[in-house]
Design a protein. Structure first.
Ligand SMILES: Cc1cc2nc3c(=O)[nH]c(=O)nc-3n(C[C@H](O)[C@H](O)[C@H](O)COP(=O)(O)OP(=O)(O)OC[C@H]3O[C@@H](n4cnc5c(N)ncnc54)[C@H](O)[C@@H]3O)c2cc1C
Length: 204
């Protein structure tokens, strides 16, 4: 996929190396009275600080609201993106947030990736599904850099806990100690996110 920014180019509005329209955090293009939002713009990645184009409806909706607020004379700023995404294929839930191991390396991070195999519910509970979490942390600081999840029903949306931690610059040790809920129909006693973060913390 690539951004459809031809209209901007034709109007001499700045387009970045990503192919997305360059905007400030208020989504103004720099050209008087012209604002841009959604798949056609580049956004600041919160971990690398780099401009990126990650075409998601989650970003487009927030940006549309922010651009609209500013156009109408209000003050709103877009906080950047992590690229948190989720999908399901043949019953398998797949989700990610932040950087992959390859992206972290390319961005100059000394990253440690740790894979944890666990279960979506208490293992003895009917309907428990296997799931895997990969957590990526910066060696030295222990800061979370990204995570991916794959597994059965109930696995994928756990990415949002990790996305929240990532948004707030938490370390894997801090995440491993968070107070997350437990009852057998929902989770093992050690929630998969706690297990994965704790394992990553031990590794680094
Ligand atoms: C199959 C599919 C599934 C997706 N699933 C998800 C999902 O599960 N979760 C998620 O977060 N995101 C998902 N997305 C991404 C999401 O749909 C987009 O990020 C979002 O729609 C972008 O919104 P937008 O307003 O920037 O662009 P669009 O929705 O593409 O709207 C742009 C509009 O501008 C119009 N337009 C273009 N050029 C001109 C012109 N010159 N003059 C006038 N009008 C013009 C287009 O016709 C279009 O109506 C999915 C995308 C696809 C294709």
């Amino acid at each position: 996929m690539r951004p459809n920014s031809e209209l901007a180019r034709a109007a001499d509005i700045g387009v970045g190396k990503t192919g997305g329209i360059i905007v400030d955090d208020r989504l103004h293009t720099g050209t008087p009275h012209v604002w841009a939002a959604g798949d056609c713009v580049e956004s600041r990645h919160r971990i690398t600080g780099w401009p990126v184009v990650i075409a998601l409806g989650t970003h487009a909706n927030k940006q549309g609201r922010i651009a609209g607020t500013n156009i109408a004379g209000g003050q709103a700023a877009f906080g950047g993106v992590l690229g948190t995404a989720i999908t399901r294929f043949q019953g398998v839930e797949i989700a990610c947030t932040g950087l992959t191991e390859r992206e972290a390396g390319a961005a100059g991070f000394d990253a440690v990736g740790v894979v944890t195999e666990t279960s979506s519910k208490a293992q003895y509970f009917p309907g428990a599904q296997p799931m895997k979490i990969k957590v990526l942390a910066e060696r030295g600081t222990g800061r979370l850099l990204g995570a991916q999840i794959v597994g059965g029903e109930g696995a994928g949306k756990r990415i949002d806990v990790l996305a929240t931690a990532l948004w707030n610059n938490m370390t894997v040790a801090e995440i491993g100690g968070m107070d997350l809920s437990y009852a057998p129909p929902f989770s093992p006693v050690w929630d998969p996110v706690l297990l994965a973060a704790g394992k990553a913390a031990s590794r680094i």
